[in-house]
Design a protein. Structure first.
Length: 221
């Protein structure tokens, strides 16, 4: 992006050459490019969203572990209240627990069923083991997991939106600057030293940098 700033500043310095070359190059045209450059810089970079998404994923994993740890404690009480009643144990998710630990979404669905069955057997559980705080804790863990999952989803949506906005903005900059670059070939045809500043940068792979930065959507993985 630094070359965009350099190009804008150079065009402003050489503005008289362009305006005398063609009435197309009105002063406000380069101001439009400068405004687009500011707009592009105000869009958070993809790295920002990668970091936010990584933190959201870490928060979900922490919630999943907290849910798993609390459920293990609950299992002891369930087995005590309903000894040798595997059909009731399975209602409480004994046979689904390992699969639930594999993802935040799976654990959320598991806890949604868990609180439903816990309330179904509330009388028996409170009579022998649990207090109201236990049921509250189950609901709190489920809700906290959902909040973190929603934050992760929002980050993904925001990241995609920012990428689209950035690509549109940069493509507009490229389109507008390309007209100046084209005109510069004529204006500075006999001035190689000046002409070299009016070229799009070339990447280390030998391709024009704009082909990556302006035309290619960023990886959304």
């Amino acid at each position: 992006m630094s070359w965009v700033s350099q190009s804008i500043n150079l065009i402003k310095e050489e503005e008289a050459r362009f305006t005398s070359f063609s009435v197309f190059f009105k002063p406000e045209r380069i101001q439009e490019v400068a405004a687009l450059f500011v707009e592009a810089n105000n869009i958070p970079s993809d790295k920002v969203y990668v970091d936010i998404q990584a933190q959201a994923t870490e928060n979900i994993n922490t919630c999943v572990e907290a849910c798993a740890k609390f459920y293990q404690a609950c299992k002891f009480d369930i087995e005590t209240v309903f000894p040798n009643k595997k059909h009731i144990w399975n209602q409480f998710g004994f046979n689904d627990y390992e699969a639930a630990r594999k993802s935040g979404r799976a654990m959320f669905m598991f806890y949604s069923d868990f609180i439903l069955i816990a309330n179904l057997h509330k009388e028996a559980m409170t009579a022998a083991a649990w207090t109201e705080a236990t049921f509250t804790k189950i609901a709190e863990l489920k809700d906290k997991l959902k909040i973190n999952m929603d934050q992760q989803t929002k980050c993904r949506v925001d990241r995609g939106r920012a990428t689209d906005e950035r690509v549109v903005c940069l493509n507009n900059i490229y389109e507008k600057l390309s007209k100046y670059m084209k005109a510069a070939k004529i204006i500075y045809a006999n001035n190689e030293e000046m002409l070299r500043w009016f070229k799009f940068p070339v990447s280390s792979k030998g391709s024009k940098e704009e082909s990556t930065e302006f035309e290619t959507q960023e990886d959304m993985a």
